[in-house]
Design a protein around this ligand. Structure first.
Ligand code: GUN
Length: 292
């Protein structure tokens, strides 16, 4: 069993990005510039945005967080997005989700200029990626692909079971892993909350990607010997005895599943850091105008 060390790999990729940034600067170009829009006071969102900001400074990007109160109207938020679209100094921006219930997330996603949509959530990027055209890939699927690729994991003809059908993870990773490419060429099955007998699928899977947000959902007895298991789950469980006051728990019962695996990601330190580094890669692509 080998641990897929997302922390270590993301540190390596950050050094590569940092070198590219210094090269751009030495050629007289400006530093890539990422803006994160944060609405309200959701604890998890603040933490994620904080990680993104820190990662930007580590690789030499310019970055800012624009904070708005929970009470901002949809109209005001859309007008802030228009300003970011028009600001030539900003290469890419993200609007951290979830948004308060009075704001329509789809309207916000569609308001972002696709060429600055480094989250890869705009329908233009979703459609382009579905068709195999250059596009911003959403950060978590992009991070998973990079991890598979850098560890040299064989995917051709493998049966891949994805747990979860979200727009951010399940759907895009299913599409990417069935592409005629590497990583890809998998036979993909997507399981979700209405799937009957999920273990029937997981027991046969060569690769399992767990992205359903149920802590320790995937148990050892439903995983095949030698499987590759990628855990996207990050549920925050309150733990007053820890420094942060919470503990991150994945969708995989790690202690039971790990002994059966050829490769497995830990939580934390697996997919999470790969997601952040993929957002940096998208921002670099946006700055270099490589996606559209
Ligand atoms: N909320 C949870 N994951 C994400 C993400 O990747 N991007 C944004 N903008 N919001 C999120």
């Amino acid at each position: 069993m080998e641990i897929l060390d997302g922390k270590k790999l993301s540190d390596t990729i950050k050094m590569e990005i940092s070198a590219q940034v210094e090269k751009m600067v030495s050629e007289g170009k400006k530093r890539p510039h990422l803006v994160a829009v944060l609405v309200g006071d959701d604890g998890a969102s603040r933490t994620y945005v904080g990680h993104k900001e820190k990662a930007c400074s580590q690789v030499g990007f310019d970055s800012e967080v624009m904070r708005f109160p929970e009470s901002i109207s949809e109209e005001e938020l859309l007008s802030e997005i228009e300003k970011l679209n028009a600001n030539d100094d900003v290469d890419g921006f993200i609007v951290q989700l979830p948004l308060p219930p009075h704001i329509d997330e789809n309207k916000v996603i569609e308001a972002v200029d696709p060429s600055k949509d480094v989250d890869g959530f705009h329908p233009v990027n979703v459609g382009r990626s579905e068709l195999g055209l250059p596009a911003f890939l959403p950060a978590t699927p992009y991070g998973i692909l990079t991890m598979i690729e850098r560890y040299g994991i064989d995917t051709k003809g493998k049966s891949c079971v994805i747990l979860g059908r979200s727009n951010i993870v399940g759907r895009p990773i299913a599409n990417l892993l069935m592409r005629k490419a590497y990583p890809g060429d998998c036979t993909v099955t997507v399981c979700h909350s209405r799937t009957v007998n999920i273990e029937k699928y997981t027991k046969e899977a060569d690769i399992i990607i767990a992205a359903i947000g149920i802590p320790e959902f995937l148990k050892g007895d439903v995983v095949k010997e030698g499987a590759v298991v990628i855990d996207v789950g990050t549920t925050r469980i309150e733990r007053p005895d820890t420094k942060t006051g919470f503990k991150l728990v994945g969708d995989v019962a790690f202690d039971e599943v790990a002994p059966k695996c050829s490769y497995i990601t830990p939580v934390p330190g697996g997919v999470g850091p790969m997601t952040i580094v993929s957002l940096l890669k998208n921002t670099l692509l946006a700055a270099e105008k490589k996606c559209m």
